[in-house]
Design a protein around this ligand. Structure first.
Ligand code: UD1
Ligand code: MG
Length: 461
């Protein structure tokens, strides 16, 4: 049976007090709307119909993709009016699932329950029992009992004091028989307190036609909470982070404190991984068996090999290219690995060392205050404190090749393109602009002079 998925995202989000449309605000690194779109993958819908209005161009540009169709709602005259605009885009005699672009944590299992219960025949409402359901449409049931048949939804602003006492609210998500939905929304009016076309008025229409109406309770509050303000967004962010942290703990990852852990993307972990407090993981990160991450690290798009140690305050950002850290490597504290950094096994990268677009073979070391850019570094190379590759001539980047077992002294400048042969030694303080042959010592610096009898200047009185 054909499934249409409609996501309402035209509302303004005034309470966000932001120039950015509400549904584009980020939760765990992805927009609210993107969370909903991702959730629908695999539900079986032909595509997602997204209703845009406020900031339509920006919203559409942000989430455009092969499975997404946009319908504009201008002006926004209510949720029923929103679905009226979507009518030409929904088809078939199956089911239409209606979701909200600002309710990001709805799980696929819950959405699937709505679709299956509807089966193109029943109107299925996702509901939630709340101690304070203020603002929510209330589910009116026959006899006022929890299992009485659903009769209607009454919006909070239109509800009588007695109806406001009902604790079961409508979450804003439903699954409806497509053909009937189209008919019902064409019959809506705006004779209500807010002067809006309420989608929720279709419930009474379904009941009048004898169409079965089911209210299904959401498994928990987090899945159905919407974002209307920065406070609510921050609250949902913490709930989501806590959930992700718990999943990792359950899988055996040892997080020092699940309340001080942030994952904005995907993190895959081997066995016996330890992560200290205040670390942020972004994009795709993979940690091998026994990896230990010190406190206050930020790691984005990187693969860390088994047994590697990333010490405190290290920043790793692979951007699109990625970063690889080999098994048993030691990185940090205060190290910076940039796109294309590829560290072999047991490489050591120490404090205030920056590596970009460079390959370091097994056992190479750069322990202090150094820069390696566009370099190929052989096995067991020792790269001295304060040394840098001058890889950029102001217009183009050039490579530096350093053979195995090279010893680069402290405070050297290697002006690329340049090749240092295996086993060569570069004296401290050298500026190297010519290739160095295998095994040779090269020193390129001013000679030390001693001036006998020199006296220091003294202050004039
Ligand atoms: C709606 C429901 C209410 C439910 C509540 C749950 C109606 C009439 N009421 O109320 O029963 O308890 O959600 O949060 O449906 N939107 C549009 N176009 C519009 C108006 C809204 O696209 O013209 C979108 C909004 O961007 C949002 C969603 O629809 O994603 C809900 O709109 P909102 O104004 O928050 O509805 P409520 O009045 O809260
Ligand atoms: Mg709302």
């Amino acid at each position: 049976m054909s499934l249409n998925i409609v996501i309402m995202a035209a509302g303004k989000g005034t309470r966000m007090k932001s120039a950015l449309p509400k549904v584009l605000h980020k939760l765990a690194g992805r927009s609210l709307l993107q969370h909903v779109l991702n959730m629908t993958e695999g539900l079986g819908g032909a595509r997602n119909v997204v209703i845009t209005g406020h900031g339509a161009e920006v919203v559409e540009a942000a989430v455009a993709g092969p499975g997404v169709q946009f319908v504009r709602q201008m002006p926004q005259l209510g949720t029923g009016h929103a679905i009226q605009q979507a009518v030409p885009a929904i088809e078939g005699d199956g089911t239409t699932l209606i979701l909200n672009g600002d309710v990001p944590l709805i799980k696929q299992a819950t959405a699937r329950r709505l679709v299956e219960a509807c089966d193109g025949k029943a109107l299925v409402l996702l509901t939630i029992h709340l101690s304070d359901p203020s603002g929510y449409g209330r589910i009116l049931r026959q006899g006022g009992t929890a299992d009485g048949n659903v009769l209607a939804i009454v919006e909070h602003k239109d509800a009588s004091p007695e109806q406001r006492g009902i604790k079961e609210g409508y979450t804003g998500m439903m699954a409806a028989p497509t053909a009937a939905l189209k008919r019902w929304v064409s019959q809506l009016n705006n004779n209500n307190v807010q002067g809006e076309y309420y989608l929720t008025d279709i419930v009474a229409m379904a009941v009048a036609e004898g169409v079965p109406v089911l209210g299904i309770a959401a498994p928990n509050e987090t899945e159905v909470l919407g974002v209307n303000s920065p406070v609510q967004l921050a609250d949902l962010e913490r709930r989501f982070q806590r959930e992700q942290a718990n999943d990792l703990l359950e899988a055996g990852v040892r997080l020092a404190d699940p309340a001080r852990f942030d994952l904005r993307g995907t993190l895959s972990c081997g066995q016996d991984v330890e992560i200290d407090v205040n670390c942020v993981f972004e994009g795709q990160v993979s940690l091998g068996d026994g990896v230990r991450i010190g406190a206050n690290c930020v790691i984005r798009n990187a693969t860390i090999g088994a047994g590697a140690r990333i010490h405190e305050f290290t920043h790793i950002d692979g951007e699109a290219q990625g970063v690889k850290v080999g098994a048993g490597a030691l990185v940090g504290p205060f190290a910076r690995l940039r796109p294309g950094a590829d560290l072999g096994e047991e490489v050591h990268i120490g404090n205030f060392v920056e590596v970009k677009n460079s390959t370091l073979a097994k056992g190479a070391k750069a322990n202090h205050l150094a820069y390696l850019g566009d370099a190929t570094v052989g096995e067991r190379v020792n790269y001295g404190a304060g040394s840098i590759t001058a890889n950029y001539d102001g217009a183009n980047k050039h490579r530096t090749e350093i053979g195995a077992d090279v010893h680069v002294g402290s405070n050297c400048v290697l002006i690329a393109p340049v090749v240092i042969g295996a086993g060569a030694t570069i004296g401290g303080g050298s500026t190297i602009s010519k290739n160095v042959a295998t095994g040779e010592l090269s020193v390129a610096r001013g000679k030390q002079v001693a001036i006998a009898g020199w006296t220091r200047p003294v202050k004039k009185r």
